[in-house]
Design a protein around this ligand. Structure first.
Ligand SMILES: Cc1ncc(COP(=O)(O)O)c(C=O)c1O
Length: 444
């Protein structure tokens, strides 16, 4: 499956060079910037995607063993069942002056899956829905400050954390996010703590007790919660009258059908679901307790395309398939096989890596000082073999054991090449383009 030297990815890169001139930052999502994966060589654009396969603009086919659309396509690309439901919705009219009934059906389904939740609002993106949740929390409590850990999107409430200290968000998934354009008046309104560090949250609480509108956290991401962490967050929120918001944008639907918090039996006041809920069609839901959610009526939260029909239709079809096919079990099994396969391949090849993450959202780090150079070379070699691959793997229902076995064989061979390059000090020389970026940079 070796690609033609010199031609692979070329037309995608040509288009990307054009894009960088006309689209500031090149793309709409930092994680999809080719510079984040393999500068100058990443295929960058797709002409078609199906299951785990993606075709570049030059017609070359790749097996996606990377991010499965940055975690959005949990069933695989262009899932036939979800697409059929969506096509039917399009035929019936995706938009009208009236509302679509699917949003009521979806609200009932989400409340059934999360029995603590009584009300639902919708948006179409994860960060946008988080912003709605924070607005509702502020409206409910009539307070301004938010204590948070983790990444929650691009909106003012969140980036305000970086107005206080330039590196406040480092260690919260994406280092170096720039708050330019965020009003300086928001300084001090978003206060970060680290996941599993209840002592840090307690310190924030004692300094800001009567001012905290919400505590915002993912229920889990890279690690499971330390014993008592979620429970203590719950207690603190109740004690100080703040709203507890679980951001389930990435964690939900991976380990179970619904929010990951269901596994821990800790009930937030609000939870935000998005991304994988609708398998590639825009949809997001804010679910919550009635007494909190009703505060949405005291604020103005309203948008035309939050009423279209495709998002809720896709979500209903995705959730139905998720339940029926026990998708979470598949994601865990495939993700576990990849994680143990990485480890075994590394041991056999004699390369040092650290594997982490929950099985459906796994990743590994090369344990070397030039780790980013090595990771870039890994992506370059795997791309030449026909794989979209990096040091992360998000499993989908379309990933089969066969995909896993073929991929791991190539990973092991690639690790062997990397070991040789590391030993000879040749990693940089073997790179055909620049080293990949690690975080947010302004593109020249
Ligand atoms: C935990 C979490 N919250 C919020 C977001 C932002 O979601 P979106 O990119 O759909 O705006 C993400 C995206 O990766 C996320 O992982």
């Amino acid at each position: 499956m070796t690609a033609d030297e010199g031609t692979f990815g070329s037309s995608g890169q040509e288009l990307y060079r054009k894009a960088r001139k006309i689209i500031p930052g090149g793309t709409q999502l930092l994680s999809k910037r080719p510079e984040m994966l393999l500068p100058n060589l990443w295929p960058s654009y797709y002409s078609r995607a199906k299951g785990v396969e993606t075709w570049g603009l030059d017609g070359k086919k790749y097996i996606d063993m990377s991010y499965s659309a940055i975690g959005a396509c949990i069933l695989g690309f262009a899932d036939p069942d979800v697409d059929e439901a969506v096509i039917d919705a399009i035929r019936k009219g995706s938009m009208s002056t009236l509302n679509c009934p699917e949003e009521v059906e979806l609200a009932e389904l989400l409340c059934n899956l999360h029995p603590w939740a009584e009300n639902v609002r919708y948006a179409r993106g994860g960060g946008e829905a988080m912003s709605v949740a924070v607005r509702i929390a502020r409206a409910k409590t009539k307070r301004d400050k938010i204590a948070f850990c983790g990444y929650h999107g691009w909106h003012d409430w969140y980036l305000a954390a970086n107005l206080a200290a330039e590196d406040a968000l480092d260690g919260h998934l994406l280092p170096g996010l720039e708050p330019a354009g965020v009003p300086r008046g928001l300084r001090g309104t978003a206060i970060p703590f680290h996941y599993n560090r209840i002592d840090e949250l307690e310190a924030i609480v004692s300094a800001n007790k009567g001012d905290l509108a919400a505590i915002v956290s993912e229920p889990l991401r890279n690690y499971h919660p330390a014993p008592g962490f979620l429970e203590r967050m719950r207690e603190i929120a109740t004690e100080i009258g703040a709203v507890l918001i679980f951001d389930e944008v990435s964690a939900a639907w991976r380990l179970n059908t619904g929010g990951a918090h269901l596994l821990y039996n800790v009930q937030p006041d609000m939870a935000v679901l998005a991304k994988a809920m609708s398998n590639g069609y825009p949809m997001a839901a804010i679910i919550g307790r009635e007494d909190v959610m009703q505060a949405a009526q005291n604020s103005f939260i309203s948008s035309t395309y939050w009423t279209e029909r495709i998002g809720p239709t896709a979500a209903l079809a995705t959730i139905e398939k998720h339940r029926h096919c026990n998708v979470a079990e598949h994601l865990i099994r495939i993700g576990s096989a990849i994680q143990s396969g990485w480890q075994k391949a590394a041991e056999r090849a004699g390369i040092s890596i650290h594997v982490s993450g929950i099985p459906p959202l796994g990743h590994f780090d090369f344990e070397y000082t030039n780790a980013q150079e090595i990771r870039t070379l890994f992506t370059q070699i795997m791309l030449e073999k026909g794989y979209l691959a990096t040091n992360a793997f998000y499993s989908s229902y379309a990933h089969s054991d066969h995909h896993v076995d073929c991929y791991l064989e190539e990973v092991e061979r690639t690790f062997e090449v990397l070991v040789g390059a590391i030993e000879k000090g040749e990693v940089e020389r073997l790179l055909k383009g620049p080293v990949a970026h690690t975080g947010f940079y302004r593109l020249a």
